[in-house]
Design a protein around this ligand. Structure first.
Ligand code: 5GP
Ligand code: MG
Length: 184
């Protein structure tokens, strides 16, 4: 697995430091006075956001529920978006709740563009979004997100939850792969 890595783009130390800042900002923005007595539901977009979400929410000391949504945009060995498709909705009851969608990366923008209105239609009082990474692409900048961890070049990355053909999610850093790995 490690021989497939071209280089580390964002180290686990940088990820951890940035998550601290994001969590502090999210905590301040969701203080009880700002929620008007409401509660929050965190919605990680599975499977990519799993590791990011678990690190992030343990630094947000606010009463919360977690509901999951599974969306597929890079099925199998794709390294380009095939369009976003909702595979499972386990968000639960969110009527009147303040929802924070968490995703690993903003690329074509298709996922956030589909998920945010869907959650509003399910009756959420508000819907905000947080992505760990945003690619330097016009489509990624055309979609509104409330919290962004890192701006990255338009490259295919894996690790820290992000996969290629479902592998590499367990790498602690965000890395790029050698060309021959995803050219096959
Ligand atoms: P979007 O819907 O904005 O095009 O992309 C969001 C989804 O596509 C992400 O949740 C992620 O699953 C997948 N994706 C986009 N770019 C990359 C990438 O560079 N690497 C990996 N592993 N997945 C990506
Ligand atoms: Mg995803």
């Amino acid at each position: 697995m490690h021989s497939d890595i071209e280089g580390i783009l964002i180290s686990q130390q940088r990820i951890a430091a940035r998550i601290k800042e994001l969590a502090a900002q999210i905590t301040a923005d969701h203080s009880p006075s700002k929620l008007d007595g409401g509660e929050i539901t965190i919605v990680p977009i599975m499977t990519g956001a799993m590791i990011f979400t678990s690190d992030l929410i343990r630094q947000i000391p606010i009463a919360m529920k977690i509901g999951m949504m599974t969306v597929s945009s890079y099925p199998g060995k794709s390294v380009q978006s095939r369009g976003s498709q909702m595979l499972a909705n386990q968000v639960g009851e969110i009527t009147g709740r303040h929802v924070l969608v968490v995703d690993d990366i903003l690329d074509s923008g298709g996922t956030i563009h589909m998920v945010v209105p869907a959650l509003r239609e399910m009756g959420a009082a508000s819907v905000k979004s947080c992505v760990l990474l945003r690619k330097d692409r016009p489509t990624a900048h055309a979609v509104h997100v409330d919290y962004v961890g890192f701006e990255i070049p338009d490259k295919f990355v894996v690790g820290y939850g992000l996969d290629y053909n479902d592998y590499y999610r367990n790498l602690p850093d965000i890395v790029t792969l050698k060309e021959q790995v995803h050219a096959t």
